[in-house]
Design a binder for this molecule. Structure first.
Ligand code: GLN
Length: 483
């Protein structure tokens, strides 16, 4: 169990008047003071604005009002979520000085729910990476062992929760960027169904895959956070207009009678310590009354290849807007074309350039059908395969990450080795279905292992239900002294 207070506990305390939001905030700011130099979870801490916001929350309570379901909960936001007047850099030199003129929908919803934004968290530049080593402002360190990466690309958000800097943070997940760092930092991370959370005000990486979601200490906190940020938004044309279920309703129900799918043709690659924990997770769910069923998802294996065509293709188009004209960095040069080149050469890091090159190539005349068109066909097959699997199973279980947290520099020389981190998370982005990582015991060097729970579109309630059971079983693992 986490040594830190959960968001649910804080909100309940602040709403009832037992806790003051300003005190909760100071406690978290003190933890940031103590460890942030070492961790570098944040690109920016907005202590003064947070103090004002916390005081406003307390004033509402003092006046007999209710500030909302996240009253006084400090929240850290990935630095690709637009915050009005507050720098939103995407950890890129090209946006280093950019201050958006508006708040993203999630940012507004959090504020309206009484949460207190405390800062903007570090990420791999434009969310491209799996270790946060691609940040233009230096890497984030894993709070559990500072020689190791926190995962990525939302490494700052995962580390902020793991270090006790905030009980709740938000990231974006295009190919695993919430679930993988959650696994490596030992926290809960959720990628909701595509369209369930508005992308308005999320700086676009790959628009058909991007989705915002929470990091928390507990499954109950994740449910609470989803209740606040999910919902239809007319500002996002891909937003889903379905009513919201009660995300907390099934958490205590257990898994009796549920069918949990084991993907028999899952791509190999998980380390033995991780694989062993996943087996234990199946056993724990079976012991709690679930039926384990074997399913096949043949296209799963091709997910990585399809993703590394589709995501760069969309990125190459989305990132065309950073041209030194409209906003962000400009490097002056004698003519416009030279200015574009100089700005983009100076403003983007190596991984971003690699993606732009890959994407432009994949979309170019003569290669479009061979690469992009083929990747789209795999995406279609993937959706069909998952639909068949979900006819037999309510949820599927896989590792979130093939390994526990790894040392700095161990994968930076070989981009493909880094891309393999996303093997198990990418399919849910391609299908748009929800997925989450829940901590389940430890592997090598006592580092946390995350189990990924996958569910069909809008299946967040059953996904959270299963995750809650795994959370209970994980407590037993620790209590039982299992290694
Ligand atoms: N690691 C993957 C990538 O680099 C996923 C990133 C993400 O989900 N934002 O593309």
């Amino acid at each position: 169990m986490s040594p830190f207070d959960s968001a649910s506990e804080i909100a309940a305390g602040v709403r009832s008047g037992d806790l003051k939001a300003v005190d909760v905030l100071e406690q978290h700011l003190a933890r940031i003071d103590a460890r942030e130099t070492e961790i570098h979870a944040f690109n920016l801490v907005i202590a003064d604005a947070a103090r004002q916001q916390a005081a406003a929350v307390d004033a509402i309570v003092a006046a007999g009002g209710d500030p909302g379901p996240l009253a006084g909960v400090p929240v850290a936001l990935k630095d690709n979520m637009c915050t009005r007047g507050v720098p939103t850099t995407c950890s890129s030199k090209i946006l280093a000085d950019w201050k958006p003129p508006y708040d993203g929908t999630v940012v507004s919803l959090l504020q309206r729910a009484g949460a207190v934004a405390i800062g903007k968290t570090n990420l791999d530049e434009f969310a491209m990476g799996s270790s946060t080593e691609n940040s233009a402002f230096g890497p984030t360190r894993n709070p559990l062992d500072t020689d190791l990466v926190p995962g990525g690309s939302s490494g700052g958000s995962a580390a902020a929760v793991a270090a006790g800097f905030a009980p709740l943070s938000f990231g974006s997940d295009t190919g695993g960027s919430i679930r993988q760092p959650a696994a490596l930092c030992g926290v809960v991370g959720v990628k909701p169904t595509y369209g369930r959370v508005s992308r308005y005000g999320l700086v676009a990486f790959a628009s058909s895959l991007d989705q915002i979601g929470p990091f928390t200490h507990t499954v109950a906190d994740a449910a609470l956070a989803l209740q606040v940020v999910c919902g239809h938004d007319p500002h996002d044309s891909t937003s889903i207009a379905e009513p919201l279920p009660d995300y907390s309703a099934l958490l205590e129900r257990g898994v009796e009678g549920l069918r949990v799918g084991r993907i028999t043709d899952l791509p190999a690659g998980a380390d033995p310590d991780v694989a062993e924990r996943i087996e234990q997770a199946f056993d724990a769910l079976a012991a709690a009354g679930a039926t384990i069923v074997d399913v096949e998802v043949p296209a799963f294996t091709y997910g990585l290849t399809a993703y590394y065509i589709i995501a760069p293709a969309e990125a190459s188009s989305n990132l065309a807007r950073y041209d030194g004209v409209r906003y962000g960095l400009r490097v002056d040069a004698p003519d416009t074309h030279a200015m574009y080149s100089a700005t983009r050469a100076a403003g983007f890091g190596d991984e971003v350039k690699r993606r732009i090159l890959l994407g432009t190539y994949a979309l170019s005349a003569g290669y479009y059908d061979a690469y992009y068109g083929k990747a789209l066909r795999i995406r279609r097959l993937m959706a069909d395969d998952f639909a068949k699997a979900y006819a037999q199973a309510d949820v599927l279980l896989t590792p979130s990450s093939p390994s526990v947290a790894f040392p700095f520099g161990s994968k930076t020389a070989d981009p493909f080795a880094m891309y393999l981190c996303d093997t198990y998370t990418i399919p849910a982005n391609l299908t748009g279905e929800p997925g989450m990582s829940v901590p389940f015991g430890t592997g090598q060097n006592d580092l946390p292992v995350g189990v990924q729970v996958l569910a069909p579109a809008l299946g967040e309630p059953v996904m959270l239900q299963v995750a809650a059971e795994l959370e209970r079983a994980a407590t037993d693992l620790t209590a039982g002294g299992a290694s």
